[in-house]
Design a protein around this ligand. Structure first.
Ligand code: 3HC
Length: 707
């Protein structure tokens, strides 16, 4: 091949064309992720035309600058009129190119980005690349030929699995599947692509569009689609796009390419119009938006976190220690008793081994992670920790004692965090003598699994400390959301209101099963009472007892749930709570013993049970949450509606296709919600139904909350 860099670069912004020897190189450079927006689409067409017209170019190569190949269509353009050329037009142009086109992939080739690569005639990837069609996660399906070309390359079964999961595959797996033609170990994507071009030109191969290949789909069993539909109806009954994906892949198998592509377009547009698409895209941006904390300037200096201490080796402390070990950060795990320490570390090992049994960790990785966790009874070993997270018993006295000790033991500049879910972070910070270094890191159970981290900013928490922990949240794979100090912070404060209403509904005549069914029909993975059983009834019971003992006027009177806890029915962990559980099973089974406890409680309170409609359950459980969320915004405990949305999406299983609590509330209609809240305020009363001034104002002005 002639030596590189022979012709002058012809700039196309954000896509450039330049020739390297016999290869015309098309470079997409559109930070941060080379999304295929309008500029990239028209640039690709222009660069392709330039390459096809360039007599010196015998093959064309598409590569991307920066950290990644094209990561998809530009999501920000969705919902707006699409300016030509559309992505299907771009890929059709590539598909029919008269010179062979190679895509060389690094970083992630996702969605529309992978569809561009699928329309090329050859695909190579560097070893670390990942390839996927994540559209389903946005309520969509691949709409630029992905559902038609992927099955032609890797077979319908494998294509369905990839498109329905939305999860990317690594380069080696892509090679094994037939998705890429070669994987290059070492060097840049440009170098890998140029080597592939050299091989191609040496072989004298002519372009072989994927659209013309039928070998992999010829013998597809039609039963595949029936089975997938049945499976989806069971596992994802609420979701719109997965069913359309099955239809589209079936079209790839049963129709000629052009007709299949037209069918894909039709199905794609139906998904685009669905409210689920709007909800899921809101959820996508919410996750990223919360990282930008209002009032915390971008570029605020952060501290290095190289070693972390965790206090308390219970379920929560163990889970928190795992979060850091998973990110390769060494952890000193402190407990006050040897027995607790041993039980805690054994539980962590069991947890890792269970993951290894599922094939998600190797035995060596289990050992590596365990080796990062150093159990000790001695606080002095926390002396060089950069951050200490306390996860001890939920009592102000206990926590203040610990923080006093941390103030004495830890090095200057160490960040001291509490995992309290209810206690006043400022009162805890006051015990340290360095409140500027203190904040809340409120993990959600199980801490190693749940993605939410409420980062509780105390009155004196410094900007540096907040910025450090927000960045750390991302490093350990969490969605960190900054919140202010109040009882229960944001998530649990809202949950508390839903819990109060759920309990009241049962007292009035609903059953726990009815309340849970209405919530799961709404889209929550668990109903309120199943969730209580999972979290452990004893946790809330102890907190309620503490509030009652402290004479808190808002403390709830003992309830049937407290009776269950008194009887040792703590939930799943004791195989009995609001429901009973068969050994080794998490399936809730209604229990006559619980029905009797509820009956007895009603009798004691003089309540005659009445039939409660599903509509009432829905309104009382959900609208009360919206009302509380609006009060949280009024008080500035959460800065923006998006923060509340992210908290409920990532901490409490709010259905992502509904966008989040307040995004959903806006769709539901604030006028309707405000009216209903006022009605319940009149009919039922209680602080939870006192209407939020912000809610009433937005409803009266006919504008969404937060705008
Ligand atoms: N369109 C527009 N903006 C995007 C984008 C996209 N497809 N993907 C990412 N971004 C933005 C993010 O919003 C973020 O913006 P910000 O800095 O202003 O907050 C920025 O790019 C960086 O993104 P991340 O913070 O997520 O960076 P990471 O390095 O952690 O992750 C990624 C990179 C893996 C590419 C991740 O961003 C991602 O998964 N993106 C979405 C990919 C996707 O879903 N593609 C399919 C789109 S739908 C489609 O292609 C339809 C087609 O079939 C027709």
């Amino acid at each position: 091949m002639p030596s590189p860099a022979q012709t002058e670069a012809v700039p196309f912004n954000p896509v450039q064309y330049a020739r390297r020897g016999q290869v015309g190189v098309i470079t997409v450079d559109y930070p941060p992720v080379n999304a295929v927006g309008h500029g990239v689409r028209s640039g690709l067409v222009a660069a392709l035309d330039a390459g096809l017209a360039d007599d010196g170019a015998d093959a064309l190569l598409i590569v991307c600058a920066g950290r990644t190949f094209m990561a998809g269509a530009d999501i920000r353009e969705f919902g707006k009129p699409s300016a030509p050329p559309t992505l299907p037009e771009v890929v059709a142009h590539l598909d029919s190119a008269t010179k062979p086109v190679i895509a060389s992939i690094h970083g992630t080739a996702l969605g529309g980005g992978l569809e561009v690569a699928l329309a090329c005639h050859v695909r190579v990837a560097v070893k670390t690349a990942k390839l996927g069609l994540p559209e389903v996660k946005l309520g969509l399906l691949p709409g630029a030929g992905g559902t038609q070309r992927l099955p032609r390359l890797i077979g319908a079964t494998e294509a369905l699995d990839m498109i329905l999961s939305g999860d990317p595959v690594g380069a080696e797996e892509a090679l094994a599947l037939g998705l890429v033609d070669a994987v290059e170990d070492g060097g840049s994507a440009l170098e890998a692509g140029l080597r592939a071009a050299e091989r191609l030109l040496a072989n004298g191969s002519s372009p072989q569009p994927v659209s013309t290949r039928t070998g992999r789909i010829a013998c597809t069993d039609p039963g595949l689609f029936t089975a997938k539909r049945a499976d989806l109806a069971k596992r994802q009954p609420h979701l719109f796009s997965p069913h359309r994906i099955v239809d589209a892949v079936e079209a790839a198998v049963t129709l000629p390419f052009a007709e299949g592509t037209a069918r894909e377009r039709e199905l794609f547009l139906a998904c685009m119009d669905s409210p689920q698409r709007a909800g899921l895209i809101h959820a996508f941006f919410a996750e990223r938006e919360v990282a930008k904390v209002p009032g915390l300037p971008a570029g605020t200096p952060t501290r290095d976190i190289r070693k972390v201490g965790v206090i308390g080796a219970g379920t929560m402390g163990g889970g928190i220690a795992m979060c850091f070990a998973n990110a390769g950060i060494p952890v000193v795990l402190v407990d006050s008793a040897q027995e607790g320490l041993e039980r805690g570390t054994a539980a962590i090992r069991r947890n890792y081994e269970a993951t290894a049994r599922k094939g998600r960790l190797t035995a060596a990785q289990v050992d590596e992670r365990m080796a990062l966790i150093h159990p000790t009874l001695s606080y002095t070993e926390l002396g060089d920790a950069d951050l200490v997270v306390e996860a001890a018993f939920e009592s102000m006295e206990v926590k203040q004692t610990i923080f006093r000790r941390l103030g004495e033991t830890c090095k200057p500049g160490a960040i001291l965090a509490t995992n309290t879910s209810t206690l006043d972070v400022d009162a805890i910070a006051a015990a340290t003598g360095r409140p500027q270094d203190v904040l809340g890191m409120h993990f959600f159970s199980p801490a190693n699994v749940m993605r939410l981290l409420e980062v509780v900013r105390g009155a004196k928490t410094s900007d540096t400390v907040l910025a450090t922990v927000m960045a750390l949240a991302r490093r350990i794979g969490k969605v960190g959301v900054a919140v202010g100090v109040c009882y229960g912070f944001v998530g649990n404060r809202i949950l508390h209101q839903r819990g109060r209403e759920s309990m009241a509904l049962v007292e009035e005549g609903a059953s726990p099963e009815q309340v849970d069914r209405v919530l799961t029909e709404f889209g929550f993975p668990l109903g309120h009472f199943s969730m209580t059983d999972l979290a452990g009834i004893d946790v809330g019971w102890r907190i309620r007892e503490e509030r009652r003992k402290a004479g808190d006027p808002e403390a709830q009177a003992p309830s049937w749930l407290d009776t269950l806890a008194e009887r040792g029915r703590y939930g799943q962990k004791t195989s009995a709570g609001v429901y009973r559980y068969e050994p080794g099973s998490r399936t809730p089974i209604p229990d006559p013993e619980v029905a009797a406890v509820i009956e007895e409680d009603r009798r004691r309170r003089g309540i005659t049970p009445r039939p409660v409609s599903d509509e009432e359950v829905r309104e009382r459980c959900l609208y009360v949450m919206v009302n509380e969320a609006a009060k949280i915004l009024e008080e500035g405990i959460a800065a923006r509606p998006v923060d509340i949305d992210a908290i409920w999406l990532h901490g409490y299983g709010f259905p992502s296709w509904r966008g989040g609590l307040l995004f959903w509330a806006n769709q539901e209609g604030l006028g309707r919600i405000a009216e209903t809240v006022q009605r319940y305020d009149r009919d039922i009363g209680g602080p939870q139904w006192r209407p939020s001034a912000l809610l009433l104002k937005c409803a009266a002005e006919g504008r969404p909350i937060g705008c």
